[in-house]
Ligand binder design. Structure first.
Ligand SMILES: [Zn+2]
Length: 308
């Protein structure tokens, strides 16, 4: 993959799992002299209504995952570091009988209990139709961020946001969402008059706004575009990374890609951009630790298996 800068990749063993370390633009943080700040970003994607662990049926994922275990892990990390943000990259719905019976309500209520800070929208989140999204997203205590789906003339108009800024320990974190092309993936009567806008163009515009007008120190894209496509000319996280600037981290979904640690790519300006994705079903939790010192920022990232 030409877009990946192998010289920037630096792997080390960290707590028994693969981790990657790196730095972000050195001028990013202008905090007070002598003050350090830290932030831990946790993330999931494609949880697909997997509230319980996989059944003990001898299959590959038997006994793994489950929302109760994830809650315990997130709570433990929050006790260690008060500055935590928790995100989801879409496809919350579909995959177990919970969805068929309850249309996504227990998934959203569980995410409320876990204290998710934001999520984006995946193609399967349309599986109960757009009216069901209004009902279920209406129960969410966190915003659904999506910048390239225009819901004007639909019942979801005004119910989602393109981006949001979170401030933790003096660090301004700008977060926005990007969704996949619905045509051929989502039945038209499920998304109706929603318009799909070019994720690269919207991604660039939104990230620039977050970096400049909103003065964000760190910019995150929650993406349901998919990690990469080898033989298809489709926009993926790898493509988005190489064609944009001002994004520091892409938290991806859709392709159910298990990365042990974030992959470091080059953006349009040759600056490092991180991409992570943690498979599916809540088996793993993504974790990025950011440490800001005045004029300097370092980060480590890994995927942690959700176990108790
Ligand atoms: Zn998907």
């Amino acid at each position: 993959m030409a877009a990946l800068a192998s010289n920037r990749r630096q792997f080390l063993k960290f707590l028994g799992t693969a981790a990657v370390i790196g730095s972000v633009a050195p001028n990013v943080w202008a905090g007070a002299a002598g003050k350090n700040a830290s932030l831990t970003i946790l993330h999931t994607n494609d949880v697909h209504s997997r509230l319980d662990p996989f059944p003990m049926d001898g299959s590959r994922n038997a006994g793994k995952g489950g929302v109760a275990r994830r809650a315990t892990l997130v709570q433990k990390i929050r006790q260690e570091n008060p500055n935590v943000l928790l995100f989801d990259a879409g496809d919350i719905f579909q995959g177990t009988p919970y969805f068929n019976l309850y249309k996504g309500e227990p998934e959203i209520l569980a995410m409320n209990r876990l204290g998710y800070d934001a999520g984006t929208i995946g193609n399967h989140d349309f599986d109960g139709g757009i009216d069901n999204m209004v009902t279920q997203f209406g129960k969410a205590k966190f915003p659904l961020l999506i910048a390239n789906y225009d819901f004007k003339n639909t019942v979801l108009d005004g119910r989602t946001k393109p981006w949001q800024v979170f401030e933790k320990d003096g660090i301004r974190v700008g977060v926005f969402g990007l969704g996949i092309q619905p045509e051929g993936l989502i039945p038209k009567d499920a998304y109706r008059e929603m318009k799909y806008l070019d994720p690269v163009e919207i991604g660039n515009d939104t990230a620039a706004k977050l970096r400049s007008a909103e003065a964000c120190d760190y910019v995150i894209c929650l993406s349901h575009l998919g990690y990469k496509y080898d033989n298809e000319p489709k926009v993926s996280d790898v493509v988005l990374a190489g064609k944009t600037r001002n994004i520091d981290l892409i938290i991806g979904g859709h392709t159910h890609t298990f990365l042990d640690a974030p992959v470091v790519a080059n953006n349009l300006d040759g600056q490092p951009i991180w991409i992570n994705q943690v498979g599916f079903a809540g088996i793993n939790l993504g974790r990025i630790d950011l440490m800001f010192e005045r004029g300097k920022a370092t980060l480590t990232g890994q995927s942690v298996e959700v176990k108790s």
